[in-house]
Design a binder for this molecule. Structure first.
Ligand code: PMV
Length: 343
């Protein structure tokens, strides 16, 4: 039997944000994201029979802080669902394809790639094939991997699916692929603009927990669930204007929730706002199908109609003085998971 499993999984960018959780990593509200292509994590796990343990190497170097977190997730949460995991010693090698410490969250792509290795191993232990019809990965396999990814880091469960993935509060076990029929909003580029790469003052785990007694909790849940439906409709009808409105409202609401938490915190930086202001003026002038979004940090993602990407690039090039070392990544929505030989 094989003992070494390797997978590559992309990161994702939320159009409607998951913020606040309940139970075992279930979202307070339905949320959805676009799966990226270039920004990904490649992970391999070697399984050896023996007393349970985890050793983790990141870009070839042992990372004991991360190793401890991953060991705890595997031993305390994932092994409840996959008990025979505790009969193995795991050696994990992982690396990101995007620059390390560049302010892009890698937990989604890491846990997605890790869960694919775990799920392939689990399927092999019970002699099940990971493939379904016409050599595609089976739905069972993808749902199981998405389920494990969710236990690792909520938003990771969405990274398993190409294009757009939904994670709904009514069926929170795993994410699903949203099939989009209209072509108008299918080709979206994502320009990830690095404003500040320093470590965040508040982790997303702590941020999620602050939603438990947030004064706007119920309002937020309603708003997000409405925005979820509005975003699905916008995507299905290829309606850029509605998409832009929902996505920017979601980014603004996420940060407004942080600013009104008890205690409050602010993750935006002056240059985040300066960049947005400059973008709004530019968009007004050029009438481009583009919007900004921001996750739990100061860095910006610009979602742009691929037909207008070259024009958008000229806007960024004029504003690189607002970015840390002028850095940005030109990615796109539509990446897929890949089974790889080794990393
Ligand atoms: O998956 P987590 O626990 O890192 O939370 C992600 C939260 C946001 O990135 C802010 C929103 C989202 O839906 O991805």
């Amino acid at each position: 039997m094989k003992t070494n499993y390797s997978w590559s999984a992309p990161s994702n960018i939320a159009f409607v944000k998951y913020w606040g959780k309940k139970g075992v990593q279930e979202p307070l509200n339905s949320n959805l994201s676009g799966t990226l292509d270039k920004c990904r994590t490649n992970t391999s796990i070697i399984f050896e029979k023996g007393e349970f343990d985890v050793t983790l190497f990141f870009h070839g170097e042992r990372n004991e802080t991360f190793e401890k977190k991953v060991r705890a997730k595997l031993a305390k949460t994932i092994s409840n669902e996959f008990p025979s995991l505790l009969n193995y010693k795991l050696t994990i090698h992982s690396e990101n394809t995007f620059p390390h410490s560049c302010g892009i969250a890698s937990s989604a792509s890491f846990y997605a790639s890790l869960s694919l290795c775990l799920t392939e191993f689990e399927f092999e232990l019970s002699s099940r094939s990971i493939y379904g019809e016409s050599d595609c990965f089976s739905t069972d396999f993808l749902e199981r991997a998405s389920f494990y990814a969710r236990l690792g880091s909520g938003s990771a469960c969405r990274s398993l699916f190409p294009g757009v993935a939904t994670w709904e509060f009514e069926s929170p076990a795993y994410a699903k692929c949203l099939e989009i029929k209209n072509d108008n909003l299918k080709e979206i580029d994502d320009f990830i603009c690095l404003v500040d790469s320093s470590e965040k003052s508040v982790s997303s785990t702590l941020g999620h927990s602050m939603m438990n007694d947030h004064p706007y909790k119920d309002l937020r849940i309603n708003q997000a669930n409405q925005n979820f439906s509005a975003c699905v409709t916008a995507l299905q009808y290829g309606d850029w204007n509605s998409f832009i409105q929902v996505v920017e409202e979601e980014a603004n609401s996420l940060h407004a929730l942080m600013m009104t938490s008890r205690p409050a915190f602010i993750l935006l930086k002056p240059n985040t706002l300066a960049f947005i202001e400059s973008f709004q003026r530019w968009r007004e002038e050029h009438q481009v199908n583009a919007c900004y979004t921001i996750d739990a940090g100061p860095n910006l993602h610009f979602l742009v109609d691929r037909k207008q990407s070259e024009l958008f690039k000229s806007f960024i090039e004029k504003n690189t003085h607002l970015l840390e070392n002028g850095q940005y990544i030109h990615d796109q929505i539509g990446g897929v998971i890949k089974k790889i030989e080794h990393i």
